[in-house]
Design a protein around this ligand. Sequence first.
Ligand code: RB5
Length: 150
Amino acid sequence: MKIAIGNDHGGVALKQHLVRYLEEKGFEVVNFGSDVTESTDYPIYAERVGRAVASGECDRGILICGTGIGISISANKIHGVRCALCSEPVSARLSREHNDANIVAMGARTIGPAMAEAIVDVFLTTGFDGGRHQRRVDKIMMLDRGESVQ
Ligand code: RB5
C-alpha cells in the first residue's frame, strides 16, 4: 500500500516519526512535505496529498497540522477526498468502515506519537463495510460533484 503524507510546520516531528514507523512496517510512503519548521500554510499540503489520493497515485493519505482541523477542512475541498479528523482509533476504524475515508488527519498539538501510531494502524488496515454505508458514501460523492441529495 502506497501512503501519501503531508503536514504544515506544526506537524513536522510527528510526520517524521510516522514515516519511520510506517516504512519499518513495510509501507511505501510518499512525503509531500513540509520538512522544515518555518511557518507555512496547511492548504498547500492538503492539496498535494488530496490530489495524490484522489488521482489513485497513492492508496491512502495522512495529514497533520497543529489541530488537524485546517488541514482536514482543506483536504475535503479536493474532489474525491473523504478526509476524517481522528484523535483516537475508534473514530479511525469507523471512518473506514462507514465513510470509506481515504485520508486521515491528526493534530500534532492534540495527540502524541503513540496515539498517532494506533490511529494509522487502524486506518490503514480496516476495510469499508459497504451495504447501507455505500448508499451514504454515494450521496457524499454527489455533494462532492455539486449535486443535490434531497
Ligand atoms: C498553524 O499555526 C495552525 O493554525 C495549524 O497548524 C492548524 O492547527 C490549523 O488548523
